[in-house]
Design a protein around this ligand. Structure first.
Ligand code: APR
Ligand code: PHB
Length: 389
């Protein structure tokens, strides 16, 4: 058994774990990241793409903003479309901020590069990670390169996503979890073709929701609502492009091309209201999932670790435990507001199986109200750009 000691063990090298490592590192707090996958695997995952300005500020705070500032696209608004009629939510004039379109994949690469440059240790392919004595003097065990390892630490940050080990280790966590599963999924396609518009388009169509998103001037990301049980093998690229053309009311602006990636993901809302037990803290997808319609998953992971870093910095720099004690309440308040926004955007833009005429009339009335009311548009805009940290 090889043994080591650090101040904070971070389980999971996704965006939450990586961002936390940098927030701690710039304050001189030591940590080690344990990641189950290889670096190549974690860097190749296609994930979200819209950053709130608060997330952009956080990346600037840790000095991991060079490539984002050069390559990210500032978006001042987006389009909401219903039955082919579009109107614009002007984020900039309604809420005074923009969002940044820059892929989570790119952020992951930038943060991993920063870890390597700054000497923050990441153990890739850390197998069988287990958390011990989280009520007292915590330690973490894992297997790597055929040998057993042990790291003793002051705190464990569970940043290991929805399927990770951290939430499962927390006694009684399941009793504090609240979940809603939506009766559909999203089929996503990534292709090296120019986006159909310079802004994102969220479309409610009688055949189901569609979203035109992007990663750059030459790379597009599109989604369509589908049944969760559908198989990606049944969706040829041509079938996806035809469906997108229908649902987005294509007037020749969609450029088609071979898919670089395509996949189907279910939609769910999930919150584990127990985010701390003893010296273990959960952050990011380990504690909550939002349906992607509000573009909040990545941004919530960022705000969680900002709060957790505040708590840890208070503990190490000032001997003040108030930030750690208040972590769950502070994080949950923001999480539930993001859950609400993501749920409401999903309600507004998707066709639910078995939707009654009345339900559809309510949806249309909601959209017509938003279209005519600057107050309603402002409420959407201030949530989309991100509520204050
Ligand atoms: N041991 C070590 N690492 C693990 C384990 C484990 N037992 N289980 C999972 N992991 C790793 C995963 O391989 C992954 O790299 O934890 C990481 C979790 O990263 P994410 O799933 O990206 O979660 P998070 O960092 O919280 O980021 C949330 O990702 O899914 C999107 O919409 C979501 O944008 C949001 C963001
Ligand atoms: C994306 O580009 O992946 C994306 C954008 C906006 C969303 C969801 C996903 O609301």
């Amino acid at each position: 058994m090889q043994t080591q000691r650090t101040q904070v063990v971070i389980v999971g090298g996704g965006v939450a774990g990586l961002m936390l490592s940098q927030l701690l590192h710039v304050e001189g707090i030591d940590c080690i990241i344990l990641e189950r996958q290889t670096r190549a695997y974690t860097e190749a995952r296609i994930r979200a793409g819209v950053l709130e300005y608060g997330t952009v500020d956080l990346l600037r705070r840790v000095g991991v903003n060079g490539r984002m500032d050069r390559q990210g696209l500032r978006h001042e608004g987006f389009l909401l479309m219903d039955d082919g009629e579009a109107f614009r939510i002007d984020l900039h004039s309604l809420a005074g901020q923009d969002v940044m379109v820059y892929g989570q994949t790119e952020i992951t690469i930038d943060l991993m590069d920063a870890c390597v440059e700054r000497g923050v240790p990441i153990v890739f392919e850390a197998a069988d990670v287990e958390l011990h004595d989280i009520d007292g003097a915590p330690w973490v065990s894992y297997r790597h390169d055929g040998s057993d390892h042990r790291i003793d630490c002051d705190f464990i940050a569970g940043c290991d996503g929805f399927h990770g080990v951290s939430r499962r280790t927390m006694p009684d966590a399941a009793a504090h979890c609240i979940e809603k599963v939506y009766p559909f999924g999203w089929l996503g396609i990534l292709a090296d073709v120019p986006p159909m518009d310079h802004e994102l388009i969220y479309s409610n169509h009688e055949r189901g929701f569609a979203l035109a998103s992007q990663r750059s001037a030459t790379r597009s990301r599109y989604y369509i609502q589908c049944e969760s049980s559908e198989k990606i093998e049944d969706w040829s690229d041509d079938r996806i492009w035809d469906e997108l053309a229908t649902r987005l009311g294509d007037d020749g602006r969609i450029t088609r091309g071979p898919s670089l990636e395509k996949s189907i993901a279910p939609l769910r809302s999930f919150v584990c209201e127990k985010m701390q037990h003893g010296r273990l803290f959960l952050a990011g997808d380990a504690a909550h999932i939002v349906p992607p319609t509000g573009a909040k998953g990545l941004n919530l992971a960022a705000s969680d670790v900002a709060y957790l870093a505040d708590g840890l910095i208070g503990y190490y720099k000032r001997g003040d435990e108030a930030g750690l004690e208040g972590y769950t309440a502070r994080a949950l308040s923001r999480i539930w507001k993001a859950e609400r926004f993501s749920w409401s955007m999903t309600q507004l833009t998707h066709r639910f199986p078995g939707m009654s005429v009345f339900d559809r009339k309510m949806q249309k009335a909601d959209l017509n109200y938003i279209r005519s009311s600057p107050a309603a548009q402002t409420a959407i805009a201030e949530n989309y750009i991100g509520l204050p940290l």
